[in-house]
Ligand binder design. Structure first.
Ligand code: PRX
Length: 631
C-alpha cells in the first residue's frame, strides 16, 4: 500500500511530529486508504484513567474486503502465499488472491451452515497451513470472532481458552507435522472438549491422513463442510469497534487473558506498520517465520501483509529440519526480500557450521527483521554479517500481543540502526520512561519502565469478559499510562533499547509465560507442595525456566519426581513450557508475611553464590544456604 509508505527519514520525522500534534488528522488520512462501507463519525475517543478507547467510531467495514476484494481488483492472480511444507522434496503449494477469496467464501458459507453468527466465537487450533489463514478470514468475513490457540498448547490449556470465550465451533486438523514427527491434534481437541459445554461442532481438516475418530453429530471434515458451498459470500458489515479476534496471552498473575482486538483500528495499524517497517514493494516476497498462533503471525503473516497485497511464504516446518540450512534454502527458493524471525532462531542457527548459510544465495534479501525478545549483540552481528551480508538493514521490532502491531522499529533502511536497539517509535506512538514512583525519566541512557501515554489504533480494547482485569493489568501501575511490563532505556538520540520484562513474565524462545501459570501447573502435581518459578539467562532461548519445588514424602526418587513435574506442565500448559532446571528444595525463601522472595531465587538461578542483599526480612534466612547447597 504505497500510499501510506514513508520514504525517507526526514519524512518519518515530519510524520512523527504530525502524529503527535494532530493525531486524528494523521490517522484519518491513513485510514482513507482502506475499504470502508461507511466512513467514521469520530476518529478517536479515549480515557486511560477509566480505560476505554475507540477508533473510527461509526465507521462500517469488513476487513476481508480490503484484503480480498481490493486485491482482486488490482491483481487477482498475484500469489498471496507460497506454502512450504516440512520436507524439501514435498511439493509446495501456492494460492493466489482470487483463490484465497473463493476458499474464504466457501468456508464462510460452511460456518454459516453450522449456524455460526456474527459475534460467535470460533476457536482455531491448527497447523501452519493455508487453511488456517482461510479459517481466520472466513470468521472475519461473517463477523465471527476467532480465537487462535497455538497448536503446541495442551488439551487443558485449550479447554481453558475455549471455556473462557464460550466458543461455539472449533476448527482443527487431524494432526500436524513437526520435524520428522507427526503430532495428533484431534485427540487433544477430543480430550479438551470433555470439559467444554459450549462447543457445538468441530471442523476437522484432513492434514496427515490419520483417519481420526469423528464424533457423530459434532464433528465434520473440512472438505465435507465446504463441498458444494458457494464461492461467494457477502461480507458482514462490522462496526469499527466490533471484535475481530481474541488472542490469549500470559501475564504475571492468574490464567492467560484474552486480549481483544477490534476491526477498524487493527486494520489500519497493522497495514501501516507492515508497509513501513518492511518497506514492502508490490513485487516483493515477504517471509515471517512465526506461527499464526501468536500475535506476530496474526499481524504479519495474515492481516498486515494481506491488507497490503503482499506475497508471503507460509512455512510449516522448523528451522533445523532436515538440517540447519532450511531457512536459507527457502529464502533462496522464493527469492525472499524481507525476512522476519526471532532471535532464538538466529542464536540456534548460528551454532551450526557457517556452510549451512553460505551455500545459499541470499542476495534477494533487502530487509531482515527480529521480533519477540531482545536480540543480543552477538546474534545481531551474526545476522547482519552472514544473513544480511553487511548490506541489509536489520529492523528490530518491539511490540506485544496487546499492542496489536509494531511499536518500535527502524523503517526499512530509512532509519539509523544500532545493534541491540529497537530504535524509534512508529508515528503515533508516544512513549515515556517512568521510574518506580511514576516520575518521567528525562536523562539519556537511564533505564525505566516503558509506558505509552497516548492511544494508537491497534491497542488492546479489553481482556475478554473481564474489563476490570484489563484496567488493573495495564492502567493501574501508572495513572494515565498504558504500562507495557517491559524495562527500557533511551539513548541521547531518542532510540530505545528493550531490557526485558520487569514483571513475573518470562520470555522463552520468544514465547511468553507467566511464572504463576507454570507454578499452578506444578502445584497440581501429586508430589509438589509448593513451587516458585523464575527465568534465567539462556544462551539460545533468551530465558530458560528454573523451577524450585518443595515436595512431599510420597516419593524419594528425585528423577521420577522431576519427570512427573515435567509431565504436569506438559498436561496443563504444553510441552513448550518444559522447564530447563528443576531443583527440589526443602523450603522457599519467604518473608514473615509468607511472600516468596523471588529476587533471591532469580539470583540463585543466575548462578549467584552470595551477595543476595538484605535477607534479614526472611522468615528463615537459612533456607537460602540450603538451596545453594543443593543447587
Ligand atoms: O518483553 C517484550 C518481548 O516480548 C513481549 C511481548 O510478547 P508477546 O505478547 O508474546 O509478543 C511477542 C511478539 C510481538 C514484550 O513485552 N519483545 C517483543 N519484541 C521484542 C521484545 N523484547 C525485545 N525486543 C523486541 N524486539
Amino acid at each position: 500500500m504505497k500510499a501510506i509508505q514513508i520514504n525517507s527519514f526526514e519524512e518519518y520525522q515530519e510524520k512523527y511530529t504530525k502524529s503527535i500534534t494532530q493525531p486524528e488528522a494523521f490517522w484519518g488520512e491513513i485510514a482513507f486508504n482502506f475499504r470502508w462501507k461507511k466512513k467514521w463519525d469520530t476518529i478517536l475517543n479515549w480515557d486511560f484513567q477509566d480505560f476505554q478507547v475507540d477508533w473510527f467510531k461509526g465507521g462500517k467495514l469488513n476487513i476481508t474486503e480490503t484484503i480480498l476484494e481490493e486485491n482482486i481488483v488490482k491483481n487477482p492472480d498475484k500469489v498471496a502465499y507460497y506454502w512450504e511444507k516440512k520436507k524439501k522434496k514435498d511439493q509446495h503449494k501456492s494460492i493466489t488472491y482470487l483463490e484465497l477469496y473463493y476458499q474464504v467464501c466457501e468456508l464462510a458459507n460452511g460456518l454459516k451452515s453450522l449456524n455460526v453468527q456474527k459475534g460467535d466465537r470460533v476457536c482455531i487450533y491448527m497447523p501452519m497451513v493455508i487453511e488456517s489463514v482461510v479459517a481466520m478470514l472466513a470468521c472475519a468475513r461473517i463477523g465471527a470472532v476467532h480465537s487462535v490457540v497455538f497448536a503446541g498448547f495442551s488439551a487443558n490449556a485449550l479447554a481453558d481458552r475455549i471455556n473462557d470465550a464460550a466458543v461455539k465451533v472449533v476448527l482443527t486438523a487431524d494432526g500436524l507435522n513437526r520435524g520428522d514427527k507427526k503430532v495428533d491434534l484431534k485427540s487433544m481437541v477430543d480430550e479438551a472438549l470433555v470439559s467444554c459445554s459450549t462447543v457445538e461442532n468441530v471442523i476437522v481438516l484432513d492434514c496427515i491422513h490419520s483417519n481420526p475418530k469423528m464424533k457423530n453429530g459434532r464433528d465434520i471434515f473440512y472438505h465435507d463442510l465446504i463441498a458444494g458451498k458457494e464461492k461467494k459470500c457477502d461480507a458482514a458489515i462490522m462496526d469499527a469497534e466490533d471484535m475481530l479476534f481474541i488472542l490469549y496471552t500470559s501475564g504475571s498473575t492468574g490464567k492467560p487473558k484474552g486480549v481483544v482486538h477490534t476491526c477498524g483500528g487493527y486494520m489500519v495499524y497493522t497495514a501501516y506498520t507492515f508497509q513501513n517497517a518492511f518497506q514492502y514493494d508490490s513485487k516483493d516476497v515477504f517471509w515471517c517465520t512465526a506461527d499464526i498462533g501468536w500475535i506476530t503471525g496474526h499481524s504479519y503473516i495474515v492481516y498486515g501483509s494481506l491488507l497490503c497485497g503482499a506475497t508471503s511464504v507460509l512455512f510449516e516446518g522448523i528451522p533445523t529440519f532436515p538440517d540447519a540450512g532450511r531457512f536459507w534454502e527457502i529464502i533462496e527458493k522464493y527469492k525472499v526480500n524481507q525476512f522476519y524471525t526471532a532471535p532464538t532462531a538466529i542464536r540456534s542457527l548460528m551454532s551450526f557450521d557457517l556452510s549451512f548459510v553460505e551455500k545459499h544465495d541470499l542476495s534477494s534479501l533487502k530487509i531482515i527483521g527480529s521480533v519477540g525478545e531482545p536480540i543480543n549483540e552477538e546474534a545481531w552481528n551474526w545476522y547482519y554479517k552472514h544473513v544480511g551480508k553487511n548490506n541489509c538493514p536489520i529492523i528490530d521490532t518491539w511490540w506485544q500481543t496487546e499492542t496489536g502491531g509494531i511499536m518500535l522499529s527502524g523503517l526499512g533502511g530509512l532509519s539509523p540502526m544500532k545493534a541491540t536497539f529497537a530504535g524509534y517509535p512508529i508515528p503515533g506512538i508516544q512513549l515515556e520512561l517512568l521510574d518506580t514512583e511514576g516520575n518521567k525519566i528525562q536523562e539519556a541512557n537511564a533505564e525505566g519502565y516503558l509506558c505509552v501515554k497516548f492511544p494508537w489504533p491497534s491497542m488492546i480494547r479489553t481482556t475478554y469478559g473481564d474489563h476490570e482485569r484489563c484496567q488493573q493489568t495495564y492502567f493501574s501501575n501508572y495513572k494515565g499510562y498504558y504500562f507495557t511490563g517491559d524495562g527500557a532505556k533511551r539513548d541521547e538520540h531518542g532510540m530505545y533499547r528493550i531490557i526485558g520484562r520487569v514483571d513475573d513474565v518470562i520470555n522463552v524462545s520468544g514465547h511468553r509465560f507467566g511464572t504463576a501459570e507454570i507454578e499452578d501447573a506444578i502445584n497440581k502435581n501429586e508430589y509438589a507442595i509448593e513451587s516458585a518459578v523464575v527465568g534465567f539467562p539462556h544462551d539460545i532461548k533468551g530465558q530458560g525456566i528454573y523451577v524450585f519445588v518443595v515436595v512431599n514424602t510420597k516419593e524419594t526418587d528425585e528423577n521420577l519426581i522431576k519427570s512427573s513435574i515435567i509431565d504436569s506442565i506438559a498436561d496443563h500448559i504444553g510441552k513448550i513450557a518444559k522447564p530447563d532446571i528443576i531443583q527440589v528444595v526443602k523450603g522457599l525463601p519467604k518473608t514473615r508475611s509468607g511472600k516468596i522472595m523471588r529476587r533471591i531465587l532469580r539470583k540463585i538461578a543466575e548462578g549467584e553464590k552470595d551477595n543476595f542483599g538484605d535477607i534479614s526480612t526472611l522468615l528463615d534466612p537459612n533456607v537460602v544456604q540450603c538451596i545453594l547447597e543443593t543447587r
